[in-house]
Design a protein around this ligand. Structure first.
Ligand code: SF4
Length: 299
C-alpha cells in the first residue's frame, strides 16, 4: 500500500496523481502575474531597481566639513560641491555593487571579531578644524599576544582591479607603496588620513583587498606618511573657507584644472560634477546659484 507523502514534491504529486493542471484559469487573467510575466519577465527586477534608485537625492543637506573617505579627491571645487550636498545618482546596478561591497566588508570585520583580533570598528576620524574633516575607520585590530594596535581599511574591488594589484608587501611608508600608482592611491590617502587623525593616532596598519567575484584577498602593510597627509590637508584647507563661510560657496576652479578637458586620466576627465562645474563661474558661486544652475540642467 502506498504511504501518502507528508511533503509535496513533483515526484510525490506524480505518484499520487495530484499534479496541478498546467494552466489554472484564475492565474491567466489579463491583469494576472501570469500575463504580466509573459509580457515582461523583468517586471519584478525593474520594480526593485526603481526602489533602489528612488532613494537617492540630487541634493542632500549641506555639511560644514569634508569626508575622510573622500581623502583621494584632488579638487577643492569638487570638495565644496560635495560638502554642499550635490549628489550624482547611481544606476541600480552600481548600487547593487556597492551593496555587495559593504556586505563583504562587514563579513570580514565579523571574521576579525570571531578570530579575537578586533579591538573596535567604526571609530570616529576627526580633525578639529583646519580643515574640518570627519570619517569612520573600518577596524582597529589588536595583535594577539602583544596587544599592538593596527589600523585597517578593507576594500572590496572588481576582479579586474584585483588582478592588477601589485605584489603584497610588509610595512612601507604609505607614499612609497606600489599602490600609489593609479587607482589605489585614493585608498592609501584615506588610510593615511585616518591613521593621523588625533582621535585614531596609529602608526601602522594595512589595506586589505578582496575581489568581488572570486574572493581572493591581498594585504598591504603601511606606515603613516606625513607628506601624504599634508598633500591631502592642504587641498582641504584651501576649500574650507568656502564650506565654513556664510553663504557656502563653490570654490574657484583650481590652477591646472580644466572642466572642458574630457580626457581620462586627469581629475576633470573622471569628475562626475563636470557637467555642473562647467556651467558655474570659474571664480566660484554661492550655494543658491549652484542649486539654480543645477535645477536648469537636471530639473
Ligand atoms: S570638473 Fe574639474 S575643476 Fe570642476 S569640480 Fe570636477 S575636478 Fe574640479
Amino acid at each position: 500500500m502506498a504511504i501518502k507523502p507528508t511533503r509535496r514534491t513533483r515526484l510525490a504529486d506524480a505518484a499520487m496523481g495530484t499534479a496541478p493542471p498546467k494552466e489554472k484559469q484564475a492565474l491567466v487573467g489579463a491583469d494576472s502575474v501570469w500575463a504580466l510575466s509573459n509580457k515582461d519577465p523583468r517586471w519584478l527586477l525593474k520594480l526593485l531597481d526603481d526602489e533602489l534608485e528612488r532613494g537617492q537625492q540630487l541634493w542632500e543637506k549641506p555639511r560644514r566639513y569634508f569626508r575622510g573617505s573622500g581623502s583621494g579627491e584632488p579638487c577643492s571645487r569638487a570638495l565644496t560641491l560635495e560638502a554642499m550636498g550635490h549628489r550624482v545618482p547611481f544606476e541600480a546596478r552600481v548600487l547593487r555593487i556597492f551593496r555587495v561591497g559593504n556586505s563583504i566588508e562587514d563579513v570580514i570585520v565579523k571574521n576579525m571579531a570571531g578570530a579575537g583580533v578586533l579591538e573596535s570598528t567604526q571609530d570616529e576620524v576627526k580633525f578639529f578644524g583646519d580643515p574640518p574633516l570627519l570619517g569612520h575607520v573600518d577596524c582597529v585590530v589588536k595583535r594577539p599576544g602583544t596587544g599592538e594596535r593596527v589600523l585597517g581599511e578593507i576594500k572590496s574591488i572588481k576582479q579586474e582591479l584585483f588582478k592588477a594589484l601589485p605584489k603584497e608587501h610588509g610595512p612601507v611608508i604609505a607614499g612609497e607603496s606600489p599602490l600609489t600608482k593609479g587607482y589605489y592611491l585614493k585608498y592609501l590617502k584615506q588610510w593615511n588620513t585616518y591613521a593621523w587623525s588625533p582621535t585614531i593616532d596609529i602608526e601602522i596598519g594595512f589595506l586589505l583587498f578582496e575581489a568581488k567575484n572570486e574572493h581572493q584577498q591581498k594585504i598591504y602593510w603601511l606606515l603613516r606618511d606625513p607628506d601624504m597627509l599634508e598633500s591631502v590637508l592642504e587641498i582641504r584647507r584651501d576649500a574650507a573657507p568656502y564650506v565654513e563661510g556664510d553663504p557656502m560657496r563653490v570654490a574657484p576652479i583650481p590652477a591646472g584644472f580644466d572642466p572642458n578637458d574630457m580626457s581620462r586620466g586627469n581629475a576633470c576627465g573622471w569628475c562626475e560634477r563636470r557637467y555642473l562645474c562647467k556651467k558655474l563661474p570659474k571664480g566660484g558661486a554661492t550655494y543658491d546659484e549652484a542649486r539654480a544652475a543645477d535645477a536648469k540642467l537636471r530639473g
